[in-house]
Design a protein around this ligand. Structure first.
Ligand code: PMP
Length: 460
């Protein structure tokens, strides 16, 4: 069977429905409807098999930071494939792409985060982290320190480990998650859960749940706390400013390891190389993936501080992936980092793109369906509500209205995603101000259509 980008859509959809199991999808329903088939992309725009052009408000899955179609990355991959398409880094060997990328990441990462363990994805990297922090404490003579504290509605991947660290109820309901030794505290989601508290007071209260959990478990049993600087898949939940300083105080006080999951927030999304820098967080380990290669190749990893890496180095760490530090992926990542750096893309996010998005997106707050319109860097969200003042939820099951809006958005050739009744975007970092205007105009049209739909159906 040959690959055809030009076959009729219906034919491609039929093959897809017959043989392709999509992630996070009710495949029966999708098969009946037919998937939208994306055939090519350039800059911030996707083209589908019917020739329609969409603005990709999600940068793929939060990953195409430099935009689509950069020839330099294709060249880097082709060059590396010709020279050394594969070799491993097990058994006392190394290769130039992996060691160069590790050194580059050590240079870019803050503080003494100087060591990199490669994986192929964020999920795998978080599985590495679970094993690494437990092994660290075992080597420190404190093997009881095994429990990892994470958060409800956090997302850390879809493997047994990653899905367990995540706090997604829908995932925990399937397949026997979470694995033992992982517990969850509540998220700092003020709009949804803050009630009458001020955001500041609420942020402190949610951070202090970490201290309460540590005391409940006994600090001598706690290995680490893991969190995303800004929750992405949970709905672009931006924590109150009081949250992270209090978390940092608590992890410092009890001497537990802090893992910042930077899979989304790394590589410029919040206007710094890493989200930890945006929030002044000092993690011992950062999980990376996605923007590391702008999604052009599957690659992830853990950037690890001196203390943890030196301790782990005392013994054999019985862990690794065939494709850890894959040379083609590493070469592509290096080229992506070069572009991010030399083209000043992250500085532009900070100085121009993020402030522009904040204003343009923030203006959606005047819409009758919008409870909050917030952004941080180049990730943004809307909370949909039937009543702004009381921050009410819809009578319909959570996610019903979000899904309706998402469908209109797709119809308007804008890729937005819905998480429950929140609409979220995270466009390529290189998006122009004109394209941000176009994106927001399509989002407003989507809201108008959704509003009319809800009125028509008596759902408001
Ligand atoms: N951590 C975070 C914060 C993520 O957003 C994701 C993916 N959305 C992951 C981990 C998992 O990454 P992957 O899908 O590459 O396994």
């Amino acid at each position: 069977m040959t690959l055809s980008n030009t076959a009729p859509t219906a034919e491609l959809q039929a093959l897809d429905a017959a043989h392709h199991m999509h992630p996070f999808t009710a495949n029966g329903a999708l098969g009946a409807k037919g998937a939208r088939i994306i055939t090519r992309a350039k800059g911030v725009r996707l083209t589908d098999s019917d020739g329609a052009e969409l603005i990709d408000g999600m940068a793929g899955l939060w990953c195409v930071n430099i935009g689509y179609g950069r020839e330099e990355l294709a060249e880097a991959a082709a060059r590396q494939m010709r020279e050394l398409p594969y070799y491993n880094t097990f058994f006392q060997t190394s290769h130039v792409p992996a060691l160069t990328l590790a050194a580059k990441l050590a240079e870019l990462a803050p503080g003494d985060l100087n060591h990199v363990f490669f994986a192929c994805s964020g999920s795998e990297a978080n599985d590495t982290n679970i094993r690494m922090v437990r092994q660290y404490w075992a080597l420190k003579g404190q093997p009881a320190r095994r429990t990892i504290i994470a958060r409800h509605n956090g997302y850390h991947g879809s493997t047994m480990g990653g899905g367990s660290l995540g706090g997604m109820a829908g995932m925990h309901a399937q397949g026997g998650l979470p694995i033992p030794g992982i517990v969850h505290i509540d998220q700092p989601y003020w709009w949804g859960e803050g009630g009458e508290m001020t955001p500041e007071a609420f942020g402190l209260a949610r951070a202090r749940q970490l201290e309460e959990k540590i005391l409940e478990l006994g600090a001598e049993n706690v290995a680490a706390f893991i969190a995303e600087p800004v929750q992405g898949a949970g709905g672009v939940i931006i924590p109150p400013d009081s949250y992270w300083p209090e978390i940092q105080r608590i992890v410092d006080k009890y001497g537990i390891l802090l893992i910042a999951d930077e899979v989304i927030t790394g590589f410029g999304r919040l206007g710094h190389w890493f989200g930890s820098q945006s929030y002044g967080i000092r993690p011992h380990i950062m999980t990376i993936a996605k923007g590391l290669s702008s999604g052009y190749q599957p690659i992830g990893g853990s950037i690890v501080c001196d203390e943890v890496a030196h301790t782990i180095a005392q013994d054999e760490f019985n862990h690794g992936y065939t494709y850890s530090g894959h040379p083609v992926a590493a070469a592509v990542a290096l080229e992506n980092l070069r572009i991010l750096e030399e083209e000043g893309i992250i500085a532009r996010v900070r100085a121009e793109a993020a402030p522009y998005l904040a204003q343009a997106w923030g203006a959606l707050a005047d819409h009758p369906l919008v409870g909050e319109a917030v952004s941080r860097g180049m990730m943004a969200s809307l909370a949909l509500t039937p009543d702004k003042a009381s921050r009410a939820r819809f009578a319909a099951e959570a996610g019903t209205v979000g899904y309706i809006a998402r469908e209109y958005s797709f119809g308007n050739n804008l890729v937005m995603r819905h998480v429950g009744d929140r609409l979220i975007i995270a466009p390529p970092l290189v998006i122009s101000t004109d394209d941000m205007d176009a994106l927001v105009a399509r989002a407003r049209k989507t809201l108008d259509q959704t509003h009319a739909h809800l009125q028509r159906e008596g759902m408001l």
